[in-house]
Design a protein around this ligand. Structure first.
Ligand code: NCD
Ligand code: ZN
Length: 346
C-alpha cells in the first residue's frame, strides 16, 4: 500500500512549550494556537513562575495575547524551587489551571538559576504532589560539570530518576524531551505513572547536525542532540504506539543575536511547523497511523484531561520555512530556516 498523502487527526496538544512573555510571546503564540488546542506552558520566565498567583497572571497574559477567534488553552505549570511549600502544591491542584510542576536542576538550562539544588529539600512538596495527583515534569539532566554533556541525561536516569521513582511510587512523572536510548528504555519499563515527551528535533536530527559544514548555533538545545543510535531509539519509542510517549515540541524561541554569538543560548524554535515536523518523522518510519495516538491521545490520557473534539488535516505538500520570524523587537531563526518541511497543515 502506498503511504497516504493526507492525514486527519484529532486536534493535537503540545505537552512541552516555551512561550516567553510580552511582545515575544505575542509573536510566537499564534504559531502554536494554529496547530495545537492546548499546550503545557513552561514556567522558566525571569523571574520564574513559582506560585499559583503568578501562574494565573501569566495565563491571563497569554489569553490576552491570543488573536481574536483563535481557540487555545494554556495549561500552566509551576517552577519547583528548594523552598516550594507543600501548601502551594495543593493550591495548584485546586486551581484547575495548573497541570504540572517543573523541576529544573539548578543551572541545567536556560533560566534555571532558581532551580532545585537538592531533591531532598523538595520532599514535602513532592509528597503533596503525589497525594493530590499533580505531575512532576523533569528536566532530566545532571548538572555536574565533570559529567560529559552528552552523558548528562543518562546519568540523571541512573542516579536520580531511579531513586525518585522508588521513593515516590505513586508520583506522576514526565521525563521531558528525552534524548537517549537509556531514557526511552527506562520509561518503557517503568509503571504507568511514568511517561515522556519527545521533541521533533530529537527525532529528526543527531549530533552531526551541530557541526554540519561548520558550527550550527540553531541546532544547539538542551538536552543536546545525541548519536544516531539514540535518535533511532526515540523514533522507535514515539512510533511504538505505547501510551507512555507523547508529543512535546520544546519549542524554545531565542532572538537571533542571542543564538549567533560567542556564547549562544540553548533552544530551537519549531512551533511554526510544530505538527508538520512530526508528520515527517512518522511518515519516514511508515507509522503515520500512529501519529494521532502520540500527538493527540496519549497526553490527555496521562494528564487526566479530555481529548480534543476538533480535527486537523495534514497533506504531503512541502511547506516553505521562512529564513527568520519576527520576535518582539528582534527576529528568531526557526528550525529548517529557508528550507522546507514535507507536510503542510491545510
Ligand atoms: C529551553 C529554553 O530556552 O527555555 N531551552 C532548550 O534548549 N530546550 C529550556 C529547556 O527546556 O531546557
Ligand atoms: Zn523546554
Amino acid at each position: 500500500m502506498n503511504p497516504p498523502d493526507s492525514i486527519t487527526l484529532t486536534r493535537p496538544d503540545d505537552w512541552h512549550l516555551h512561550l516567553r512573555d510580552g511582545p515575544e510571546m505575542a509573536a510566537v503564540l499564534p504559531d502554536t494556537a494554529r496547530r495545537f488546542a492546548r499546550a503545557i506552558v513552561m514556567p522558566n520566565l525571569k523571574p520564574p513562575v513559582t506560585t499559583v498567583a503568578a501562574a494565573r497572571a501569566y495565563r491571563d497574559r497569554i489569553l490576552a495575547a491570543l488573536p481574536q477567534g483563535m481557540d487555545f488553552e494554556p495549561l500552566m505549570t509551576l517552577y519547583l524551587t528548594d523552598a516550594t511549600p507543600a501548601a502551594e502544591m495543593r493550591l495548584a491542584r485546586e486551581s484547575g489551571f495548573v497541570h504540572g510542576v517543573k523541576l529544573y536542576p539548578a543551572g541545567a538550562t536556560t533560566n534555571s538559576a532558581s532551580g532545585v539544588t537538592d531533591l531532598r529539600k523538595c520532599a514535602a512538596a513532592l509528597d503533596a504532589m503525589q497525594e493530590v495527583g499533580l505531575p512532576l515534569l523533569l528536566h532530566g539532566e545532571v548538572t555536574d560539570q565533570a559529567v560529559d554533556v552528552f552523558d548528562r541525561e543518562r546519568v540523571f536516569v541512573e542516579n536520580t530518576l531511579a531513586g525518585l521513582v522508588r521513593d515516590y511510587p505513586r508520583l506522576k512523572l514526565v521525563l521531558e524531551h528525552i534524548t537517549t536510548r537509556e531514557a526511552a528504555e527506562f520509561v518503557a519499563a517503568a509503571g504507568p505513572q511514568v511517561a515522556a515527551t519527545i521533541t521533533a528535533h530529537h527525532l529528526l536530527m543527531n549530533r552531526n547536525a551541530l557541526f554540519q559544514g561548520g558550527v550550527r548555533p540553531h541546532h544547539y538545545c538542551l538536552p543536546i542532540l545525541k548519536r544516531e543510535l539514540h535518535r533511532e531509539a526515540l523514533v522507535r519509542a514515539a512510533t511504538s504506539g505505547s501510551t507512555k510517549f507523547f508529543l512535546g515540541t520544546d519549542s524554545a524561541p531565542h532572538a537571533r543575536h542571542t543564538k549567533e554569538t560567542d556564547c549562544g543560548c540553548a533552544g530551537m524554535y519549531t512551533a511554526n511547523a510544530g505538527i508538520e515536523l512530526y508528520a515527517e518523522v512518522f511518515d519516514q518510519a511508515a507509522a503515520l497511523d500512529r501519529l494521532e495516538g502520540f500527538a493527540s491521545l496519549h497526553g490527555p490520557a496521562f494528564y487526566g484531561l479530555p481529548r480534543n473534539t476538533g480535527t486537523i488535516t495534514l497533506k504531503r505538500i512541502p511547506m516553505a520555512v521562512p529564513g527568520e520570524i519576527p520576535y518582539g523587537a528582534h527576529t528568531l531563526v526557526p528550525l529548517r530556516a529557508g528550507g522546507t518541511v514535507a507536510w503542510s497543515l491545510v
